[in-house]
Every structure is written in C-alpha cells, then in structure tokens.
Design a protein around this ligand. Structure first.
Ligand code: ZN
Length: 320
C-alpha cells in the first residue's frame, strides 16, 4: 500500500468565482471499512459518502457538524456520514454485508444496484452536544443516480442552489500491484482479500458571480479529467488533483487539514447511555447478565460494561 497521508483542502479559484474542495481519504475510508467489515461494493459506497460528507464539511466553523444520510431502497439500507470542523468524520452502513457480485457495464462495483433510489438528507447543526443548539438546517432530495457523486451534485443544485461538479472515488485492490480495474473479464474476484487501495474526491462549486463562459469551460475540463482514483494512484496531492481537473485556473488555497476517521463515543458516554435507561433496566442487566454490552453504530466499537460498573451506577441516587 502506498504511503498516502489523508488530506483535505479548501480553496477558491478565478477570483472567488469558484469554490473548491478536494480530499485524499484512503486511510480513513480503509479504517471505516475495516471497522464495519463492509463488503467490497458496500466499501465503495460508504467510502464515497464519507468522502462527500467530509468535502461538504470543509469550511465548517468550531462546533458545526454536517450529517449526510442516504436512506436507500436497495439492499445496503442506510449510509450515514458525519463530519466536523476539524476534519473528523465517522459513518456506517446499516447492512455492511450487502453486496453485488457482478461488476457494472463499465467494469466497476455496482454501487447503484446496492443503493437503487431513496432519499438523501443533509443536516447542518452546531453546538448540539453542549446544549448551544443553533437552528439545524436540513435539506433533502430524492436519490436520482445511486452513484453517490452525482447525488451530491444534485443535492447541491436543488437544495442549496449551488451548481457543482462532484467526483468521488474508491478503488479496491488485492495488493499494491493488482487493481480491480483489470478484473472486468475475470469470473470471480477474491472478495475476502479486497482492501481499499485509494479513495478521495473533489467538489467544484460555481459561485453566483461565476461568468457563463467560465462555467462552460470548467464543465468541459472536468468532464475530460482523469478519474480521481487514477489521479491519487499517480501520486497527485489534492491541489494537483484540482489543477488537473480544472486546467489552468489560478487556485488560491484557503485552508487544509488532515482528515481522520474519528468517533466521539467513549466508555464514559456508554455508561451515561446505560444509566439513562433507568434503575429497573440496569438492575435487570445486573441480575441477568452481570454486565452489559453496547456497540457504537458509527464506529462499531464494543463497550463491555462489567457488573461492578452497573452496581456503581445503581449506587448513584440520582438515577430514576
Ligand atoms: Zn463510536
């Protein structure tokens, strides 16, 4: 595996007529897929949503968060990603084992077949966890494509009135030398050995001030650009990906971060959740199982709570 370090950049171009976000997310998508044990096609779907959520979240301030939810009609169920202002992102799919074993007509994992319609929701909120809730904003659109990147572009156009080009990619591999792109003609691929080789993406947003001619030029060069996974495999950094995708627009960097798979869950929070179940429930857990187990949806971390910890919770007289 190449030694890519994940990076998220935020920039403008053409004198603020264009806003740009680009990211390499190989490590964090790999970690998410390992944690959840996702099938190859579910890995590609989850990786695209995590990357899209991270890109949408670039430029968030302090306590702001963005949650992207794909409520799919297809076998994958829900795909969820949540990102924060520090470049932390976490997420999961409700059916990680769902898969389609054949490739689509272009020799790629058939994400569309796993998703196949539904609704996409994007929620922006701030400070909820410390009780400083700013009015949450939620937009939703039907899932029109199922390829994820096109759905992000549709959401931005319809719900936020921002014309955007969105490219999201996850390439799976068996090892560094053998890429899935060459497997189109193979009857079977060694699914259990597949890993995330590279992942990343970019979003090009046209600001209301963008001139018609500029928009047409950008649409053309983006269409002709190599795929984002090809560019990452070739060793390009996020700025170079943007320059390659956009041609010679003058790019002005705004900020960059090292994004990470990051979950806010902790043993303390797990105990808090159990305590909120109430005295009767906790006494029952203690009597029946002498403990409790909690699994975090977002990161699949398991918390084994011991009997003596439950007893300590019960000694707290504030528990109802
Ligand atoms: Zn967690």
């Amino acid at each position: 595996m190449s030694a890519t370090i994940d990076k998220l950049v935020h920039a403008t171009a053409a004198g603020n007529q264009v806003r740009l976000m680009a990211a390499i997310t190989t490590e964090l998508v790999g970690e998410a897929c390992r944690r959840h044990g996702t099938s190859p096609t579910a890995s590609v779907a989850l990786g695209r949503v995590l990357t899209g959520g991270l890109l949408l979240g670039s430029g968030l301030k302090d306590l702001e968060k963005i949650t992207v939810q794909f409520h799919c009609e297809g076998p994958i169920g829900n795909i969820i990603a949540q990102s924060d202002s520090s470049g932390g992102v976490r997420g999961y799919v409700s059916n990680p084992e769902a898969d389609v074993t054949r490739l689509n007509g272009r020799g790629k994992f058939d994400v569309r077949a796993l998703v196949s319609g539904g609704t996409m929701y994007v929620t922006r909120d701030a400070g909820f966890e410390i009780g400083l809730m700013k009015e949450a904003y939620q937009g939703s659109v039907p899932i029109v494509s199922g390829e994820i990147g096109e759905d992000f572009a549709y959401y931005l156009a319809k719900s936020e009135q921002i014309n955007s080009a969105v490219s999201l990619g996850v390439l799976m591999t068996v090892d560094a030398d053998e890429q899935t792109e060459d497997w189109g003609s193979r009857p079977e691929f060694p699914i259990e050995r597949l890993k995330v080789a590279v992942a990343g993406g970019y979003i090009v947003q046209m600001m209301p001030s963008a001139e018609e001619e500029l928009i047409r030029d950008i649409e053309r060069v983006v269409r002709e650009a190599p795929s984002v996974t090809e560019m990452i495999r070739a060793g390009l950094n996020p700025y170079e990906i943007l320059s390659t995708a956009l041609g010679d627009l003058n790019i002005s960097p705004l900020d960059e971060t090292e994004p990470k798979f990051y979950c806010q869950c902790s043993r303390e929070r797990a105990l808090h959740i159990i305590s909120a179940l109430g005295r009767a429930e906790v006494e029952d857990m203690l009597a029946k199982d002498n403990g409790a187990e909690l699994t975090c949806h977002f990161c699949n971390e398991r918390y084994q709570i011991r009997g003596d910890e439950l007893s300590t919770l019960l000694r707290d007289s504030s528990m109802e």
